[in-house]
Design a protein around this ligand. Structure first.
Ligand SMILES: NC(=O)c1ccc[n+]([C@@H]2O[C@H](COP(=O)([O-])OP(=O)(O)OC[C@H]3O[C@@H](n4cnc5c(N)ncnc54)[C@H](OP(=O)(O)O)[C@@H]3O)[C@@H](O)[C@H]2O)c1
Length: 296
């Protein structure tokens, strides 16, 4: 079994490496040596020739695509680059996976929804992205679904944070230590996801019989931690755990303008991934405590 993981320096790529090395989430037939992690240096997803060149001499059974253009605001200016990485490269990976008879696990986002629903989104709900980043992610999803009607899996996730890279938790910890008060939007609702939990879920899925059986139709699954909060409540909890005395002021999205519009409410229903793969989903508060204990 050869398993390729792209985005080795990103939050999810690094969290999968951590989980694989901990060795507890892979079964007896698998070893950490089965996993090959690549970054931009080995394969540049903005370059068609770089992708083709990499796969010329490398064949896999499973490809897990964790790499993406993830800068939501910058994507408004860099649409072409974002589209190349989040759409065109996914298209190419899908064709290569078909040729190699490999499974493809691709990561997508809650931002494919417009956030106007008042109940948690189902995998089948209408997608209607409201910013450039999300449009490129949706284009990636659609291309994958068309090119790979079988043997692929899309996992939509939300509000990722971890001990790696830049994310909301690390930004708040930094601001909390430097400032007396911060303003955080309180009218965007969602569920945070501790990336270690997502990495564990992916490793659970790839060892599951329902994933291993060949000839399965391509499916989409939602995954985040349990619970619903605003970014404002998230910031308050981060400071509470760390006992940081920094005032958190709730502001509306209108009072906190950003280049890219964000959806108002992207809660996702996770019943499908729980039922099909028997994934246990932690509450956001307990996972936040786990991550912050590690960050300490
Ligand atoms: N972050 C979130 O809140 C969030 C929310 C919902 C969904 N998602 C999705 O979840 C997945 C994982 O996100 P993440 O937070 O782990 O992202 P991340 O930390 O930003 O990592 C993305 C990785 O993609 C790599 N990458 C970017 N451009 C590349 C290129 N041209 N060639 C090769 N690699 C390239 C980056 O490489 P460098 O390190 O070299 O820059 C980085 O390691 C993504 O599909 C993302 O869209 C994320």
């Amino acid at each position: 079994m050869r398993i390729l993981v792209t985005g080795k320096n990103g939050q999810l790529g690094r969290s999968i490496q951590k989980a694989v090395n901990a060795d507890t989430k892979i079964d007896n037939n698998q070893s950490p040596n089965d996993f090959i992690f690549v970054g931009r240096e080995e394969m540049d997803l903005s370059s068609e020739s770089s992708i083709s060149f990499y796969f010329k001499n490398n064949k896999f059974d499973i490809i897990i695509n964790c790499a993406a253009y993830t800068q939501v605001d910058k994507a408004e200016q860099e649409v072409e680059l974002a589209n190349q990485i989040n759409h065109e490269a996914v298209k190419q990976l899908a064709s290569i996976a078909n040729n190699q008879q490999a499974r493809l696990i691709h990561i997508s986002t809650d931002y494919v929804f417009d956030g106007e629903s008042n109940k948690p989104y189902l995998e089948t709900d209408t997608r209607n992205p409201i910013n450039a980043y999300s449009r490129t992610k949706l284009a990636g999803e659609k291309a994958l679904q068309i090119l790979m009607p079988m043997n692929a899996l899309i996992i939509r996730t939300s509000w990722l944070y971890s001990e790696y890279g830049n994310n909301f938790v690390k930004t708040m910890l930094r601001h909390g230590k430097e400032r007396d008060e911060v303003s955080v939007v309180s009218d965007q609702i969602g569920s945070p996801t501790y990336v270690t939990d997502l990495a564990d879920a992916i490793l659970e899925i790839i060892k599951h019989k329902k994933f291993r059986d060949v000839g399965q139709t391509t499916q989409t699954y939602n995954y985040s931690n349990e619970g619903e909060i605003s970014w404002y409540e998230f910031a308050k909890e981060i400071f509470k755990i760390e006992k940081i005395e920094c005032e958190v002021n709730p502001v509306t999205s209108q009072q906190y303008p950003a280049p890219a519009k964000r959806p108002r409410n992207t809660l996702m229903n996770k019943d499908k991934i729980v039922e099909v793969f028997n994934i246990k989903i932690s509450n956001w508060k307990s996972s936040l405590n786990t991550c912050m204990a590690i960050l300490k």
